[in-house]
Ligand binder design. Structure first.
Ligand SMILES: Cc1ncc(COP(=O)(O)O)c(C=O)c1O
Length: 460
């Protein structure tokens, strides 16, 4: 390694540019001495050139653009530790306002509670922990065993649900997908629910195809089980992506606290809440749905502070940015943005369909603003090859992946439509996809070495 580069005179380098242009970057050992601030900044900027361009990342659900005023709010508040409620009471109040506003959006019937989290993963861990604690309390009150809790969800959930089960010792009861059915409904859930079920999780806007589970059907099943068998099983809705989409695109579709058994909901502020990562929200139907034992009360500087979180110190900037968006856009603004995204998603879907080789997945159903598609017939190339060709020719990151069991033979491509994907980009992406198919038809699929570089995960 050429880390020392003794032949470069630092004084001359400082005069004419960055000495790191012709030197290896610090890596591995703790640097013996530092470098000028400008060089450090330049070095990082140069490194990141090798990352994908977030604006062409159509795999991610996460926000890639915010207004300059929102960015000012973020930059001016990077130093404000969110957990210091005693020192920053107004920031804590703004968190509570966000919780109340989102609870209102989700039709909470009255006073409620919730938490700001790092994203939906933390919100799901906390929400599912509360389900476990509440179930245990009920079982103990009835003098029944509490050693075999289970949680029911479909194969269409995000990996965090299985992670919760492993970390917190709960049996996962996973309903497999089917050949032509990529979400779950009451008929799939019923046989898995018993007295040890801490809850059922349903998804609003799956990571795989952007559709929703049959939340109404699952709720009705749980209401029936409560009435006929005395089994009171709560329903948690994972609305990581859908929570800021459904209220605006499908306001009459019931999936939230309008349904009796829905006791808690998580949503990622950094997805269609239109905030940069990381902020998420956990909202309970009523105060009583949060297991009191999970709240920690501390006496800090003479004031009692309640915390319900897996982390401690963290930034305030994204909470403030979420509040900025809620008051800046309101219902009207969010509806406008979501409708624009949906329009562009529909144009993209129509243009991809017109290429003549694709089948759209679940177009016309309630869906996130995205296009999920696959090859309609066997070709001499597949979806993974198209993903490769698109990234090689134009830098588009459109993921290809297989669905979870029992639909693992189904290959899917999926393009997220976010605010950074303009109509012009939509048309370019469709034309690039058509061109990629023509190229692949002539030359066949990607080479083995190219295949290894294809983006194969779903993206988040
Ligand atoms: C349905 C669903 N649930 C949970 C998550 C995890 O969310 P986060 O990345 O905010 O932790 C995702 C991420 O894509 C998701 O799509």
């Amino acid at each position: 390694m050429d880390t020392h580069a003794p032949d470069i005179d630092p004084a001359i380098a400082a005069r004419y540019g960055s000495s790191f242009v012709a030197k290896d970057v610090p890596d591995g050992t703790f640097p013996a001495a530092g470098m000028p601030a400008g060089e450090a900044m330049q070095l990082i900027r140069d490194e990141l050139v090798l990352d994908g361009d977030p604006e062409r990342n159509l795999a991610t659900f996460v926000t890639t653009w915010m207004e300059p005023e929102a960015e000012q709010v973020i930059v001016r508040n990077l130093y404000r530790n969110f957990i210091d409620h005693a020192e920053y009471p107004q920031t804590a109040e703004i968190e509570q306002r966000c919780i109340r506003m989102i609870a209102d959006l989700f039709h909470a019937p009255g006073e409620t509670t919730g938490a700001r989290t790092q994203g939906s993963s933390e919100a799901i861990m906390l929400g599912a922990l509360s389900l476990k604690w509440q179930w245990r309390k009920r079982r103990e009150a009835d003098g029944k065993p509490t050693d075999r809790p289970n949680l029911v969800f479909g194969g269409d959930v995000h990996v965090v649900w299985e992670k919760f089960c492993r970390y917190f010792d709960v049996e996962p009861r996973i309903v497999p997908l089917q050949e032509h059915k990529f979400t779950i409904g009451p008929e799939d859930v019923e046989r898995h629910v018993d007295e040890n079920t801490i809850g059922v999780a349903a998804v609003l806007g799956t990571t795989f195809t952007g559709h929703r589970d049959d939340v109404v059907g699952i709720n009705d099943l749980l209401v029936r089980l409560k009435r006929d068998k005395g089994l009171d099983v709560p329903l948690h809705v994972d609305a990581a992506s859908g929570g800021f989409v459904w209220p605006f695109l499908y306001p009459d579709s019931e999936w939230d606290f309008r349904l009796e058994q829905v006791r808690s909901i998580n949503v990622s502020g950094h997805k269609f809440g239109l905030v940069y990562p990381g902020v998420g929200w956990l909202i309970f139907r009523e105060r009583a749905d949060l297991a009191e034992d999970l709240v920690f009360y501390e006496n800090y500087l003479g004031k009692t502070d309640a915390t319900f979180t897996l982390n401690f110190s963290t930034g305030s900037a994204m909470v403030l940015a979420q509040y900025y968006n809620l008051i800046r856009y309101g219902r009207e603004g969010y509806r406008y943005v979501m409708e624009m995204l949906q329009r562009n998603a529909r144009v993209l879907a129509a243009e991809l369909d017109a290429i003549g080789v694709f089948e759209l997945i679940g177009a016309g159903e309630e869906q996130l603003p995205l296009v999920a598609f696959r090859l309609a017939e066997e070709q001499n190339y597949d979806e993974f090859d198209i993903a490769w060709q698109l990234s090689a020719e134009r830098g588009w990151m459109v993921p290809a992946y297989t669905l979870p069991p029992n639909a693992e033979h189904v290959k899917v491509m999926r393009a997220l439509v976010k605010e950074t994907l303009t109509r012009d980009h939509v048309r370019t992406l469709a034309a690039d996809t058509a061109r990629a198919c023509v190229t692949l038809q002539k030359k066949g699929g990607a080479h083995v070495s190219e295949r290894q570089r294809i983006k194969t995960g779903t993206g988040y």
